[in-house]
Each structure stands twice: as C-alpha cells, then as structure tokens.
Design a protein around this ligand. Structure first.
Ligand code: MLT
Length: 395
C-alpha cells in the first residue's frame, strides 16, 4: 500500500473554516428552522459591479464565436492586466513583468510553499490566516516554526528583536484576523529586519483596498528596499467580489535572489508554467474592467458597503462594552472576551444568537479569548445580527 505523506499527520484534524461549517450544520440538524447569519468566513455577498459584469458577460460571449475564441493564454497572465495592475494599483512602484496573474492569493501562497520547499525556516504572525501554517506543514517546512505574537499589548506588531533568523516571514496587512493595518514605520522595521537577516517576506495584501487612512501603506513596495526582500500576494476576491470568479496576483521582484544567486522570479516562473495554466481569460477581462476609471469608482462604492457593515458591527459591540480592534482599514473586527475561551464564545454566539463567527484560537495560540466578526454580509443580515448579539452578549 502507499504510505501516507507524514506531513499530513502533523496537521490539525481539519481546516478551520470547514470545521466551523460542520458546527453550523450540527446546529441546523438540532434546529432546522434556525435563521443562521454568517459573520464567519470572509465571503463576499454583494453583486459584481456593472462594468465588471458586462466585461465578464462579453468575454464569455466572445468565446462562443470563431473570431473571439481563445484557449490557453500566457501562463503569467494577460499583459494588459499586468500593466494595469502595476500602473493603477502600484503607481508603477513595481514592473508589469514582475507580476503573475493567478486564481487567487491563497493558491499563490500554496505555490510559493512549493517553490520554497520543505527545508526553509518560517515565521508567522500569531494569530494568522491558517494557510501560512497549514501550507508550511504540508510542504514539510514546519520544523522550528516561529510564532510572532501580535496582541493589543504590542499594537499587533511582533517584537522582531526576539525573533531568530528565519528564511521566510509571512506578514499580512491589513491583518486577517486582527484587522490591524501596519504603519509605515512598522513595515520599515520589518523590511530592515529582513534585509539584515537575508530573509524573504511573503506579504499578503489581500485586504489592502480596505485601507482608508492615507498614511497607511497599501503595499510593502511603498517601503524603500522592499523590492530586495519581499514577495507580495494580492487578490480581486474581496475588493471586487471575485471570491467565486477567482483572480489574484503575485509580485516577485527581479532583485530577489536565492543564496546561490538564482533569481527567485526565475524559479517562480518555472512553478507557474509547470503547475498552473494561467488564470481564466473571462476572469481576467473582469479584472481589467475593474481597473478602468469607472471600475475603480464602482469598487469604491462596493467597498463602502462593507465598510459601513463593519462600522455597524463595531458600534453594536462597543455598545456592549466589548473591547474591539480592527473594523477600520479592514473588513474584520477582532473582539476580546478576556474571560472566555474563543471556541466557547463562538458556540454561545452560534447557539444563542444563531450568528456564525470565527473563533480566534483557530488562527493560532495568541488568538485565544478573541472572536473574529466578518463584515461581508447583506446589510439587513448585519443589522439583524447586531440586534441578536446585543441580546445574547449583554451582561
Ligand atoms: C477568511 O475568512 O479568513 C478568508 O476569507 C478565507 C479566505 O479568504 O480564504
């Protein structure tokens, strides 16, 4: 018989979000009429904007014509889309050739884990998006895994002075799950740390479009020298509602090299061309439309909807004297329940308010005593959830 990949035995039993879905189903089995509202997984709910819908529809229709049909495209993505991303989202801080278009940030993180393999040492923020740790375990890169504690006491920014040298540093800002958006000074410190230690930062900017504070960096490349040490992943999922359509990108600057002098970008291209056949041509047409002036305006309106949801959740929790973080410059609200275990408070909110949240402990040990609320939802559901929470969580 085939031996099981031993890395899988070191993973926690299940990925966080399926476990939450299992508990939600268990409630529905007991109470089939429960009207459950999800503020759990960050899954978008609002329709695509008009210009994006039109572009997707037209791109699909073109495929049904002899002249408009296209099959495989460039594995790295549509040149026009790479150029527009560089120009519109990065003000040409990076070059189009350094961008590869993909089916999403999570998938790119998985492919980066293949690129770096099992011999690298890794540090992750604690708490963190589970893919960094789980993916590292699957890749066999978890021996000596360093957790960088990020809690209110340190302004959600790790004490880098205590961190031993590692090869890869995963850093997500605005952060999932804490909602903390790193300041310029913090990112300067991070980049300097990576330069000094010759580490590579994998910077996850999937929520950058939620930043409203003009002083906060939206990309690691706003920091001098970051293009020598940082790879950035990003996605259209949350900003233009492409969680189901699937489209993202990864930036591997030309200056980043391995110890033997090989360009990291060269091996990244090898991974992409070997294991990925390029993002959907329909999705890429939608992404291009979203980067036009009209598309940007529509995206702003879409984001404002979720930002208002976040504000309503913050207001509701604050009225209950619950200490919260995030919710501004981020779609996630990180609520502190100092006296309760996060799975317990998750169960209480699920069973009594019929609202799904995400238990902080699911994101790492430092997430204990916290629960994450997502602002992705329909307005009426958000309002109803806030009403129910105020009944269930009042003292
Ligand atoms: C989350 O809820 O943490 C994310 O939405 C999940 C994801 O994007 O994969």
């Amino acid at each position: 018989m085939v031996s099981r990949n031993p890395n899988f035995a070191r993973l926690q039993a299940g990925y966080l979000f399926p476990e939450i879905a299992r508990r939600r189903r268990a409630l529905l089995e007991k109470q089939p009429d429960a009207k459950i509202i999800s503020l759990g997984i960050g899954n978008t709910t609002e329709p695509l904007t008009p210009i994006v819908t039109k572009a997707l529809t037209e791109a699909a229709a073109r495929l049904g014509t002899a002249d408009g049909y296209s099959g495989y495209g460039d594995e790295q993505g549509l040149p026009a889309l790479r150029e527009q991303i560089a120009k519109v989202l990065y003000q040409d801080l990076i070059r189009a050739e350094e961008i590869t278009i993909s089916d999403g940030a999570k998938c790119d993180i998985g492919r980066l884990q293949i690129l770096f393999g099992g011999q690298v040492t890794v540090a992750v923020q604690d708490p963190a998006y589970p893919v960094y740790v789980d993916g590292s375990i699957i890749a066999g890169a978890d021996s000596g895994l360093q957790y960088m504690t990020c809690r209110p006491e340190n302004d959600f920014f790790p004490d880098l002075g205590k961190l031993p040298r590692v090869d890869l540093i995963y850093f997500c800002s605005p952060n999932n799950p804490t909602g903390a958006a790193a300041t310029k000074a913090q990112l300067v410190e991070l980049v300097k740390f990576a330069q000094k230690n010759k580490s590579i930062i994998i910077f996850d900017a999937a929520y950058s479009e939620f930043i409203t504070d003009k002083n906060l960096p939206r990309s690691i490349y706003e920091i001098d020298g970051a293009d020598e040490v940082a790879i950035e992943v990003n996605s259209f999922s949350k900003s233009i509602g492409f969680t189901g359509v699937r489209l993202g990108w990864c930036i591997v600057p030309k200056k980043i090299k391995f110890a033997d002098g090989t360009l990291v970008g060269q091996d990244w291209t090898r991974v992409i061309t070997t294991l990925f056949n390029g993002a959907s041509n329909i999705a890429q047409a939608g992404g291009l439309a979203a980067l036009t002036a009209t598309g940007r305006q529509e995206t702003k309106t879409l984001l404002a909807y979720y930002q208002e949801n976040a504000r309503l959740i913050c207001e509701g929790l604050q009225a209950l004297d619950i200490q919260i973080y995030g919710g501004v410059n981020s779609p996630y609200i990180w609520a502190h329940f100092p006296a309760q275990k996060s799975w317990d408070i998750f169960e209480k909110i699920l069973n009594e308010a019929h609202v799904v949240t995400t238990p902080g402990a699911g994101f790492g040990p430092a997430g204990e005593n916290f629960v994450r609320f997502s602002s992705f939802g329909r307005r009426a559901d958000i309002q109803e959830a806030v009403r129910r929470l105020s009944n269930v969580l009042k003292n």
